[in-house]
Design a protein around this ligand. Structure first.
Ligand code: SAM
Length: 263
């Protein structure tokens, strides 16, 4: 169920790269992203907060002793990718990057697979069993030791018809004791009126965005013992620096995140 490489179809990974100010995108991606930005101009702030959350969460887990990371929906390489953040704490830690987009895989293999500690694997979150039993995943990670699974800004591309709760539960149940799951998901509580047009724009893209409100996102953390402060907006999760935009302090849920350990 991989994505076809097509520069003329807006691509979720490349649109994300465009929001982040990257260069790995084409005119069709930029046009679609600009349309989305008309409805939700603060997306670039949210996405930078998402990357900052990734860094804080990964560093936190590495400091807790986690030495294995499985990043599903890794995205196009950017700055401070998971294995680089981990290496600052534990250079011996292992990372597997998974994505279903061929362009992401090519770039990730070229830019991220820069040490024996890292492998890049093709996989689709909608088939979690294939990811968790993939020979390269099993060969690189020791399933007798704790693993941190990252599902960052990806579950909002899984429609209810694909059973995201069941997918997350299947991944959780494949993890050894002491493992963690890290999840972030756009929440549309702050701008419900933007949901239909943004979903419409992504309907033409490589992955379809599913607008959810916080009450629909919180169940994705069920079955986990949440690390403090629980499920919160990105900038509220163990901040170590001032938020990028003070306005975020006052908004409703815009992008929820959390880290939980497997019970
Ligand atoms: C918005 S990017 C997020 C990148 C990174 N996780 C982050 O938070 O910065 C979403 C990524 O998920 C990938 N993706 C979307 N649906 C997927 C699926 N069903 N299986 C695997 N990867 C998927 C896309 O190709 C893209 O690279």
């Amino acid at each position: 169920m991989g994505v076809e490489f097509d520069p003329n179809t807006p691509n979720a990974a490349r649109m994300y790269d465009y929001y982040l100010g990257g260069k790995d995108n084409f005119p069709s991606d930029r046009a679609a992203a600009e349309q989305v930005l008309r409805y939700v101009p603060e997306i670039p702030i949210g996405i930078r907060e998402n990357r900052a959350f990734l860094q804080r969460a990964v560093r936190f887990l590495a400091e807790q002793g986690v030495r294995q990371f499985l990043d599903i929906g890794a995205g196009l390489p950017t700055q401070q990718n998971v294995h680089q953040v981990v290496a600052e704490v534990a250079p011996e830690a292992r990372t597997v990057y998974v994505d279903n987009d061929p362009q992401v895989l090519v770039h990730a293999r070229a830019l991220l697979q820069d040490s024996p500690q890292v492998v890049v694997v093709e996989g689709d979150l909608r088939q979690p069993g294939e990811i968790m039993n993939h020979p390269e995943v099993r060969g690189h990670l020791n399933f007798d030791e704790p693993i941190a699974v990252l599902l960052l800004a990806i579950v909002h591309f899984i429609p209810d018809s694909d059973d995201p709760l069941g997918i997350i539960a299947q991944i959780r149940s494949a993890l050894p004791p002491g493992s963690h799951m890290v999840i972030s998901h756009v929440a549309v509580d702050e701008r419900p009126e933007s949901a239909p047009p943004v979903e419409g724009i992504y309907r033409r893209a490589s992955a379809q965005f599913v607008a959810r409100v916080s009450s629909e996102i919180e169940p994705f953390f069920d079955g986990l013992d949440m690390v403090e402060p629980g499920v919160v907006n990105l900038h509220e999760w163990r901040p170590d620096s001032p938020v990028l935009a003070p306005r975020l302090e006052t908004v409703k849920s815009y992008f929820l995140c959390g880290v939980g350990s497997v019970k």
